[in-house]
Design a protein around this ligand. Sequence first.
Ligand code: ZN
Length: 66
Amino acid sequence: MKTWVLTCPECGSAELIYETGMITGQKYRCLRCGYMGSFAVEREIEVIGDDVPEGHGRDRSGEHDA
Ligand SMILES: [Zn+2]
């Protein structure tokens, strides 16, 4: 199966966490290179078996399930 993950635009790492700001709105933070910003690269990856990365793009699942 395939799933979508958000990756860092700086280093390409999928170790991106979502942070909610009060005024600035949504933000992403990269745990690898320290990038912070509202932009993240969405990438489709192939997942083998049931090894689905929890917490990545769950709110978008309906959008890409087709
Ligand atoms: Zn990064």
